[in-house]
Design a protein around this ligand. Structure first.
Ligand code: GRG
Ligand code: 1GP
Ligand code: MG
Length: 247
């Protein structure tokens, strides 16, 4: 429970958590470390490591090992399949894509990955992963029956089912690089049914105003990935978003 307890404490102290997503397939492990260090300097609370495609094997292990060496916040795997696990990470979002049509993303990858988690020190954090329009690469790869952007009630009933199944976290995903993030209406409807259970929101969040909108609507944790891979000054960008959600 170390990482989950740590994030819980941050929520109690600061109100919100900021997570930086690094895709090991997008850059060298050395560059990934630079981004992670800059993000931590900007105030991010943990580093998520994963991608829909290509985030596995040596490049994944090396990225995790190098980030862990240099960075003093938790590393959390965000696996696209059982191949997205690395025994070097602190924790894993042990997620089921509840609105997938493909059983592989609902339960089979989890079954294949469970023994590795059991044998390692990685802390599993149970999570309902819900992919909303437009859904991006994750929506396509994960064969999601995309939740319509303007149907908050559908997202809410999925989230409720996840909560009743015992999942601690719910992740509303618009897809990496989405034109628009999850709407405040949907975030509010989902947080309403979740109560004390934690809500993560990501996909298409690029600036302080948008991040603040999502956080104020009810997101407990905000994820940014694409923007930190794109900007020159990662520290300034993360600091801008962190100060917006934590104030
Ligand atoms: C818990 C275990 C062992 C596996 C879970 C397997 C599941 C449910 C996967 C969900 C579907 C999927 C493909 C998720 C990928 C999640 C992810 C890392 C998305 C973001 O990656 P980016 O790299 O930012 O996006 P792109 O791939 O679009 O670049
Ligand atoms: O890359 P962005 O758009 O920040 O999305 C982050 C995350 O929600 C993707 O899984
Ligand atoms: Mg990527």
């Amino acid at each position: 429970m170390q990482v989950e307890a740590h994030l819980q404490k941050i929520i109690e102290q600061d109100g919100k958590v900021h997570l930086t997503l690094i895709d090991p397939a997008s850059q060298t492990p050395e560059r990934a470390v630079e981004i992670a260090l800059a993000a931590v300097e900007g105030g991010t609370d943990a580093i998520m490591i994963g991608g829909s495609t290509g985030a596995s094997g040596t490049i994944l292990d090396e990225t995790v090992i190098k980030i862990k060496e240099k960075v003093n916040v938790p590393t959390i795997l965000f696996p696209g399949s059982s191949a997205g696990l690395s025994s070097y990470a602190d924790a894993v979002f042990f997620m089921s894509l509840l609105n997938s049509r493909d059983l592989g993303y609902v339960i089979t990858n989890q079954v294949l990955g469970a023994p590795l988690v059991y044998r390692s020190q990685i802390e599993p954090i149970s999570m309902a992963y819900l992919v909303v329009e437009p859904g991006g690469t994750v929506g396509w790869i994960g064969d999601a029956k995309l939740i319509p952007r303007k149907k908050p009630d559908i997202a809410a009933v999925y989230a409720l089912a996840g909560k009743y199944l015992g999942m601690h976290y719910t992740y509303l995903e618009a897809g990496s690089g989405a034109d628009a993030p999850i709407s405040p209406e949907m975030i509010g409807a989902v947080k309403h049914v979740l109560g004390e259970n934690k809500l993560i929101v990501g996909g298409g969040i690029r600036d302080a105003i948008t991040a603040k909108l999502c956080a104020s609507a009810g997101a407990d944790m905000i994820v940014t990935g694409t923007i930190v891979e794109e900007v020159k000054d990662v520290t300034a960008k993360v600091a801008e978003i962190v100060s917006a959600i934590k104030s």
